[in-house]
Design a protein around this ligand. Structure first.
Ligand code: MF3
Ligand code: CO
Ligand code: CO
Length: 256
C-alpha cells in the first residue's frame, strides 16, 4: 500500500504542471493513462463498473459544479475554473487513491467564493486526519468535518458519496462518510486498516444529481461549485499515516 500510494502521488506531481488554462481534460487523462501504463501499473478507473456503464477513462476530472466522477473529454480548462483531479492506480495488485482541487490560472483568476470552498475542503481533509487515532470510531471523521463546516460556513457537506476502505479492492468496507451516521458510530479504525478520506464540499446545497446520459458525472443540484481533496491513509499503532503525500502539492496548513 505504501508503494501504491507513493506511485499515485508521483503521478499527481507529474500532471500538476499540465492543469492550466487551455488544456483539454482528455489531455490530462492521456498523461495519467500513459504514465501509469509505462510504469507497469494499471489505472483503476478505466473500465471500473458503474450502475449503468463502466467508467470510460483513466481518471476523474470534475470541473466547477461537478462534485465527482467527471469524465475527461474535449472540454478545455478556463481561467477561474476549479478542477478536481482524482487518481487511482493499481500497483502490484494494491490501490492508491487521491485527489486534489486546482485553481485554474492561479488564485488571481479564481473568484474569492470558489477559493474559500477549495480551502474549506482542503482543511476538512487535514482536520479529519488530525482527529483520528488508533481504534477511534469512523464517525470521528464526519463529526469533525460537519462541526467545522457548520460552525464556520454555510456550505453543504456531501453525504451521498463517501470515502472507503481500500486495499486489493478499490472500494471495500468500511464506508467512510464525511457526516456522522449510525453505521460510522459503530465501526472503528484499527491499526493495519487502509482507507480514504475524501470530503466533497458544495458552495450551496449538499444535494447532487448524476448525469443520466453518461451515467457518471455528478453535479450539484443548484449548479454551485464543489471542491474535494482525498488521501489514502494507513492507521498505524502510532496514528494515521498518509500514503499519498506529494512532493509538490499543498501541504497541511496551506493557504490557497
Ligand atoms: N476515485 C474515486 C474515489 O475516490 C472513484 C472513482 S470511480 C470511477 O473513490 F469509476 F469513477 F473512476
Ligand atoms: Co479517488
Ligand atoms: Co476514493
Amino acid at each position: 500500500m505504501r508503494q501504491a500510494g507513493r506511485f499515485n502521488a508521483r503521478l499527481m506531481d507529474e500532471l500538476r504542471p499540465h492543469v492550466k488554462p487551455g488544456v483539454k481534460t482528455a489531455t490530462i487523462d492521456k498523461l495519467v493513462h500513459d504514465f501509469t501504463v509505462d510504469h507497469g501499473h494499471i489505472p483503476a478507473c478505466l473500465g471500473y463498473p458503474g450502475e449503468s456503464t463502466p467508467f470510460p477513462k483513466s481518471c476523474c476530472i470534475s470541473v466547477n459544479d461537478v462534485v465527482c466522477h467527471g469524465i475527461p473529454g474535449q472540454n478545455e480548462l478556463r481561467p477561474g475554473d476549479i478542477v478536481n483531479v482524482d487518481l487511482t492506480s493499481i500497483v502490484d495488485g494494491w490501490h492508491g487513491d487521491q485527489s486534489e482541487t486546482f485553481l485554474v490560472g492561479g488564485r488571481e483568476a479564481v473568484a474569492e467564493d470558489s477559493i474559500k470552498i477549495v480551502q474549506c475542503a482542503f482543511d476538512c481533509l487535514y482536520l479529519a486526519i488530525d482527529a483520528i487515532y488508533p481504534g477511534c470510531t469512523v464517525s470521528v471523521i464526519g463529526q469533525t468535518i460537519v462541526s467545522y463546516v457548520s460552525e464556520n460556513f454555510g456550505y453543504g457537506v456531501v453525504d451521498k458519496y463517501v470515502g472507503h476502505g481500500i486495499g486489493q479492492k478499490f472500494h471495500q468496507r468500511p464506508n467512510i462518510p464525511h457526516v456522522p451516521t449510525r453505521q460510522s458510530r459503530q465501526e472503528r479504525l484499527h491499526p493495519g486498516m487502509c482507507f480514504t478520506i475524501e470530503p466533497m464540499i458544495n458552495g450551496g446545497s449538499p444535494e447532487s444529481m448524476c448525469d443520466r446520459k453518461d451515467g457518471w458525472t455528478v453535479r450539484t443540484i443548484d449548479r454551485q461549485v464543489s471542491a474535494q481533496f482525498e488521501h489514502t491513509i494507513l492507521m498505524t499503532e502510532q496514528g494515521p499515516e498518509i500514503l499519498t503525500s506529494t512532493q509538490h502539492g499543498p501541504e497541511p496548513g496551506h493557504i490557497f
